[in-house]
Design a binder for this molecule. Structure first.
Ligand SMILES: Nc1nc2c(ncn2[C@@H]2O[C@H](COP(=O)(O)OP(=O)(O)OP(=O)(O)O)[C@@H](O)[C@H]2O)c(=O)[nH]1
Ligand SMILES: [Mg+2]
Length: 542
């Protein structure tokens, strides 16, 4: 049976009365319009509530990558921008002024380490020159004493305050910057009295380095050993995984380290020291409570000219070139800024902070609530992790419910080895780590964003004539320039993602130099938008 529209009971019930007057009709239509407005308002209210509900779930973002890939620098880079609207770290913003002065000690430590590294090399070379039968210090002064350097002790008693413990630390540090025992196969370098004097006059910096390292704790020194041979000890399915072996966290040297012991707490030690020197009226007492930072600055200011002389010395440069040491490419390099930094009134800049190096231990959490921009009202939780192989085992516990990962792969490191395992090429390690992250089932729905970082250092390295194919044979005869190299590396990462992701996902990649704060802010802006879009879509599906 076919029913006509006019027969529909609802239509009949809603139909105006047949004898409706114009006044009644107007009243009815007004009532209908009002009902419709109220209904729209209720819908809008419900929509707003749903959006708020969605926003209540924080966006969870991890920064992953090997040690010295630039994870912490990425966060610092964002914090330094006064007008940054992206990733506004409210925690960091509030603490930034305080943190800024605490980072001063890190910069001073980095600079002093640069100097001591050179002095170590110099000591070895001077001994080598002497054992080669040449005078280590050919006197330019008629009354100058003969060199006191003894061949039985690399650093003679008159010129070096090194204890055997110090020597061990120096050995480790030398290994980290690729400093061999001495440059061989060349005629001995022509050292003069000035070199011996420089070593003598700069010797106090060794003690200062030890004091600063003591104050900053474990974060101040790099890790040169690892108790795991796996690139991804967090991956239960990976060979050599500590989790797979069922080893407990407590058995692992870095497992005991948590967010309270990261660089934030390293800086906190300085804040505490500063507070203890405060007389309660906002002024620092001198003498017994004199701030370590002031003391270091005063020693450094006294050494400024000698540091400059050491760094600009032709023979010293020759020595480093022979040893293939590129101290200027190492993390926390500040020797070119000695004129500005080694002063009692040194004021740290944002740029110094981004370039300062302090290792992250464990996992650092940042909670951020955006006040404006497209993330307004959203809470973001960001996790900056320690990247050494031993530290990676704790990563897994942060994977659950993770919206996005920014994975940093330092591409300038194609010819370098991991500090914690000298057998492993750093680019290879990044590939292995990326593969584990891509294939991890827990991260199957997580957005992955790859930063091919340290492009500035890559550029400088290639300009110096370093050939990629010497370290990466598969690179072959391609053009040895940044564009070709990054395209090649990018393709490799893309292929790994495509092959190993349990579910196909878009490949997001950015070429970065995260110490360039301005361009990093632009990149992070785009990343933030894309992560947020995905986050809301996931919330919609819930
Ligand atoms: N020139 C240059 N230096 C960079 C870049 N990214 C990071 N650095 C520097 O490299 C050093 C190491 O960076 P970090 O951010 O501390 O490295 P990380 O990944 O947090 O390392 P861990 O905490 O050990 O896991 C710092 O001195 C940074 O300033 C870059 O793109 N270019
Ligand atoms: Mg870090």
């Amino acid at each position: 049976m076919v029913r006509s529209y006019e027969d529909d009971p609802l239509t009949l019930a809603m139909a105006p009365p047949p004898n409706e007057t114009p006044a009644q009709r107007e009243a009815r239509e007004r009532a209908e319009r009002e009902a419709s407005r109220i209904s729209d308002e209720i819908d809008a209210q419900l929509r707003r509530e749903r959006e708020t509900e969605k926003k209540k779930k924080p966006v969870k973002l991890l920064l992953l990558g090997q040690s010295e890939s630039g994870k912490t620098a990425t966060l610092k880079s964002e914090c330094t921008l006064p007008t940054a609207i992206h990733f506004q770290l409210l925690y960091a913003r509030r603490q930034w002024a305080e943190d800024k002065s605490s980072w001063t000690c890190v910069v001073l430590l980095n600079l002093i380490r640069n100097v001591n590294d050179i002095l170590d090399m110099l000591g070895r070379e001077m001994v080598a020159a002497q054992t080669a039968g040449l005078p280590a210090a050919s006197s330019s002064h008629p009354n100058a004493k003969p060199s006191g350097i003894s061949t039985s002790n690399a650093d003679s008693p008159d010129s070096s305050p090194l204890s055997s413990d110090d020597e061990a630390v120096v050995e480790v540090r030398r290994a980290s910057i690729g400093v061999g025992p001495s440059s061989t196969g060349h005629p001995p370098l022509k050292f003069r009295d000035t070199h011996r004097l420089l070593r003598l006059r700069l010797a106090p910096l060794r003690r200062v380095q030890a004091d600063l390292e003591g104050r900053l704790g474990a974060a101040a020194t790099e890790l040169y050993t690892s108790n795991t041979t796996s690139a991804a000890p967090f991956d239960p399915e990976a060979e050599g995984s500590l989790l797979a072996k069922g080893k407990e966290r407590a058995h692992h040297t870095e497992f005991s380290i948590n967010s309270r012991n990261g660089w934030k707490s390293a800086l906190e030690r300085f804040r505490a020291a500063r507070r203890s020197g405060d007389d309660g009226h906002g002024t620092l007492r001198r003498g017994a409570h004199r701030d370590l930072e002031d003391e270091v600055l005063s020693v450094l200011a006294g050494c400024r000219e000698d540091i400059r002389a050491l760094w600009e010395d032709r023979v010293v440069r020759q020595m480093m070139a022979r040893r293939k040491v590129r101290i200027e490419d190492s993390a926390g390099f500040f020797l070119n800024d000695v004129e500005r930094i080694a002063r009692e009134d040194y004021q740290i800049t944002d740029d110094d902070i981004v370039r300062a190096r302090l290792r992250t231990l464990g996992v650092q959490e940042y909670r951020v609530t955006f006040e404006h921009g497209h993330s307004a009202g959203n809470e973001w939780r960001m996790y900056d992790v320690g990247g050494t192989r031993s530290s990676r085992v704790v990563w897994y516990s942060y994977f659950d419910d993770c919206d996005a990962i920014i994975f940093l792969a330092p591409v300038s490191c194609f010819d370098e080895k991991l500090a914690e395992d000298k057998r492993v090429n750093r680019l290879e390690d990044s590939y292995m780590l990326w593969k584990s992250v891509c294939s991890c089932k827990l991260l199957a729905r997580t957005q992955l964003v790859l930063f091919l970082n340290k492009c500035d250092l890559l550029q400088a390295k290639l300009m110096r004539g370093v050939k990629i194919r010497d370290s990466v044979p598969s690179f072959g005869e391609r053009r040895n320039d940044v564009a070709t190299a990054t395209k090649y590396f990018q393709q490799h990462f893309k292929e790994i993602q495509r092959t190993f992701s349990p579910v196909q996902r878009p490949f997001y990649v950015h070429l970065t130099s995260v110490i360039d704060t301005k361009s990093t802010a632009v990149t992070l802006g785009a990343v933030e938008e894309s992560i947020l879009r995905d986050h809301l879509r996931r919330a919609d599906l819930m």
